[in-house]
Design a protein around this ligand. Sequence first.
Ligand code: AKB
Length: 314
Amino acid sequence: MDKRILVLGASGQIGTELTQKLRELYGNSNVVASDIKLGTFEMMDAGPFEIIDATDKETILSVIKKYQINQVYLLAAMLSATAEKFPQKAWNLNMNSLLAVLELAKEKHIQQVYWPSSIAVFGPTTPKNNTPQKTIMEPTTVYGISKLAGEFWCNYYHEKFGVDVRSLRYPGIISWKTKPGGGTTDYAVDVYFKAVEEKIFTCFLSENTRLPMMYMEDAVNATIQLMEANPATIKIRTSYNLAAIDFTPKEIAAEIRKQIPDFTIDYAPDSRQQIADSWPSSIDDSEARNDWNWKHEFDLKRMTLEMLNNLEKK
Ligand code: AKB
């Protein structure tokens, strides 16, 4: 079957690069980008673009029909720090968009769904190091609660209605093309931008806060690999643990200093510290590695070189 893809939330941090990669792989005209507002010139120029509110099932359906879409990547979401400010709005966006797309899949308008979960599904009572796939999950953020509920909705639609929905628990994602917005792991992107622009960075997390992270290229590859995998190999229909690297603000600063020796960092932890403290430090993703052969390519050193080289050119 030819892939005809709709990306909801295509202008976000992951959406931007995932859309670009999907267009490279499956052809520009087969990948419809959409967001609640207009996208960048590059995105709208390269292929079809539609304005869609991801919670509006009828509009999604009309676009599915217009382009004969068979796969939806749902990336619209409110991230952890913003969700704490707007809990109701976050719940509505994160849940209603997912339920709309799962219903469309159940009604057989589309054949496959991708939906991202997050390390935010874990909480302060979860084992912190090498967090297993199946463990105590008691999230204390609105975002984490919505992701955990979403995971079980995915599993429910799969078990009950045979919906082919696939999901990954992303760690913090780091990229130089599009900045994230409203997350707790965002410092790990900001630090590179500030290192190149001003050689100084004030970090909103404390120096020894260790969090799981991943370079964007690995995240995009993992996503597409999961969606391409033979359904028989997908044994988890909630969401897969996914990991690459983990580090602290102090460690990323030391790595940056190898390239920019006069870079300095100081620390002014804010409300996001509490969110970070409730999340794992590292993740055990052996199920993903065993079931569909996931492996990451970027370590901290390689990612730092890529980030700094690209930002300097930019
Ligand atoms: C956030 O910080 O909210 C996100 C996430 C880990 O899901 N980057």
